[in-house]
Design a protein around this ligand. Structure first.
Ligand code: GRF
Length: 201
């Protein structure tokens, strides 16, 4: 079944690009209804436009608090998704913490990609944390989003070696290659019904 998607971004959008390429290449049976950024002018928005996908900027700076932002975010995404009952919201480098107002509006359907093997190294600078700790293996995790920071149920992971010569950038690039494979693959598993998401997060 074709998966209805919205993707939230804040930056370069290489994971968004991987989703766009997978859809175009028929490796992902999904319809991307909207790409929304909390920051104007980011490359992710250019990538969406180039693929003919609707875009919207919703700046958190225009709202008094997280709750007010999330109320509007829910309204915008619901409008974009129409009456789709089984849509997924994908956080692809979206650098905002979401409140329960948002999570309760899409229970068990909000998916994030994180550049570490969770539960190790949640939060920001995951690649730097991995290098600093001297771990020999790191990777990426696709997980459901709950009210914690990178604590939701793990859906899939991919591992990469950490080399003695690595810094956060070289490790980050190696992890990103895996992210670009893993995220579209997980979404396709959901589309095919091979990966069944719970009804609540
Ligand atoms: C990725 O490393 C992702 O794991 C993290 O933010 C980064 C987004 O990169 N959540 P991009 O915008 O998809 O290029």
């Amino acid at each position: 079944m074709t998966l209805d998607l919205v993707v939230l971004v804040s930056g370069s959008g290489t994971n968004l690009q991987a989703i766009l390429d997978a859809i175009a290449g028929k490796r992902l049976d999904a319809r991307l209804h909207l790409v929304l950024s909390n920051k104007p002018g980011v490359k992710a928005l250019d990538r969406a436009r180039a693929a003919g996908i609707a875009t919207q900027v919703l700046s958190h700076k225009d709202f008094a608090n997280r709750q007010a932002y999330d109320v509007e975010l829910v309204r915008v995404l619901r409008a974009a998704l129409g009456d789709s009952k089984h849509a997924c919201v994908v956080l692809a480098g979206f650098m905002r913490i979401l409140t329960t107002i948002f999570l309760d509006a899409f229970p068990g359907r909000v998916i994030n990609i994180h550049p570490s093997l969770l539960p190790s190294f949640p939060g920001v600078n995951a690649q730097q944390q991995a290098v600093s700790h001297g771990v020999r293996i790191s990777g990426c995790t696709v997980h459901l989003v709950d009210a914690g920071t990178d604590t939701g149920r793990i859906l899939a992971q991919a591992a990469v070696p950490v080399l003695a010569s690595d810094d956060e950038h070289t490790l980050g690039a190696r992890i990103l290659e895996q992210e670009h494979q893993l995220l579209p693959a997980v979404l396709q598993s959901i589309a095919e019904g091979k990966l069944v998401l719970p009804e609540s997060h």
